[in-house]
Design a protein around this ligand. Structure first.
Ligand code: FAD
Length: 341
């Protein structure tokens, strides 16, 4: 058969990295990315991009750990290359702090990040309201540069980028052999997934170049994540809230909470407020599906629902999605050779 034509729907971190993994696994494929929005207008642009996984209740821990490890290894490779600055990838050290000692003193990802250890008494003195903490070094993506870096690699490999809202996956069946659904929260409408819901997050991106260490309150409600150019201050987690409008009261609350952990932030300047909808469900949807309309079939791979931790696992899930696309191609080749007999 001719080179299989693959459409990836979505241009957030999941869609772009999935398109790249498909090309790496199947260089003869013709891949196009179709998306309603590209950077800087995706949820992925709003994210802090810290590699600290969030536990997904419906996915086995060993699978989540594998996705995280693959992502960490991939980004660590970029971080150790001349591409690091353009891709916006850097190492950052800091502290995750708790008011009470957590049940699990070492999370499942503790041996993937670098130098994970309990905080010393001296370090804890910086946080008088907290009694326990973990110190480690992890990676951070500055999200818009990383998305642009992914786009650049895709374009260099000949991938077409089309601005297009897809209302129904069947729209694509005449033009493409396989459709990969990486629509993030958009999958709620696109494929009618009622298990998918938004967890609204509001963050501030501020200029505070003296802040070099990350600080994360253990429950994830308050965080300070320094990037290359700006520091992300967060946050909120508002389930089922679809509003993309910033809330001024929330901005003040986030700022006050972050200043209580890092008082020097009182001097932060140029505060920009961003809102994003985390595409959340019990587990990431990462599977193959064959849609049928009578005798006509459409091969689909789904890769969405990464919730609060999409950056932390994107490369691992993209590789798995590319493997599923490989299975679809094998099925297509099998059916085309049977048709010739
Ligand atoms: P998106 O970035 O939303 O991309 C979806 C794409 O699909 C978009 O391009 C959209 O236009 C397109 N699309 C949707 N519907 C259609 C349609 N019908 N037709 C065509 N195109 C369509 N994760 C971390 O790991 N670390 C963090 O520090 C972190 N911080 C975060 C902070 C905040 C405030 C928020 C909101 C999220 C954070 N996340 C973090 C989570 C992370 O942002 C998400 O998990 C990730 O961005 C999801 O990526 P995605 O590509 O699936 O979705």
């Amino acid at each position: 058969m001719a080179a299989p034509k693959v459409a990836v729907v979505g241009a957030g971190v999941v869609g772009l990295s999935t398109a790249l993994c498909i090309l790496e696994a199947c260089p003869s494929c013709s891949v196009a990315v179709l998306s309603e929005q590209f950077s800087p207008n995706t949820t992925s642009d709003v994210a802090a991009g810290m590699l600290i996984p969030h536990t997904c209740p419906g996915t086995p821990i060993h699978v989540q750990k594998q996705w995280f490890k693959e992502t960490f290894t991939y980004l660590f490779g970029i971080c150790n290359s001349a591409e690091a600055s353009e891709a916006g990838i850097h190492l950052v050290s800091g502290w995750q702090i708790f008011k009470n000692t957590p049940k699990e003193e070492s999370p499942f990802w503790s041996d993937v990040v670098l130098g994970f250890r309990p905080m010393s008494e001296a370090e804890l003195q910086k946080f008088p309201q907290h009694r326990f903490g973990q110190a480690f070094t992890t990676l951070k993506c500055d999200c818009p540069p990383y998305l642009l870096w992914l786009e650049k690699r895709l374009k260099a490999a000949g991938v077409q980028m089309h601005t297009r809202k897809v209302s129904d996956l069947w729209e694509l069946h005449r033009e493409y052999n396989i459709v990969v659904n990486c629509a993030g929260i958009g999958a709620h409408q696109l494929v009618g997934d009622e298990q998918l819901f938004p967890i609204r997050g509001q963050v501030l991106k501020v200029h505070a170049p003296w802040v070099k260490n990350f600080i994360r309150d253990g429950d994830g409600s308050t965080y300070i994540y320094p990037g290359i150019h700006r520091v992300t201050l967060g946050g909120t987690r508002e389930k089922h809230n679809w509003s993309l409008s910033p809330h001024p009261g929330t901005t003040k609350d986030i700022f006050d909470r972050c200043c209580s952990l890092e008082p020097s932030l009182q001097g932060a300047q140029d505060v920009k407020v961003k809102v994003g909808l985390r595409p959340s469900r019990q587990s990431v949807r990462l599977n193959r599906e064959v849609l049928s309309q009578g005798a006509v079939k459409l091969l689909v791979v789904h890769n969405y629902g990464h919730g609060a931790g999409g950056f932390s696992i994107h490369r691992g899930t993209a590789q798995e999605a590319a493997r599923l696309v490989g299975e679809c191609i094998a099925a297509l080749q099998g059916s085309s050779s049977r048709a010739k007999l």
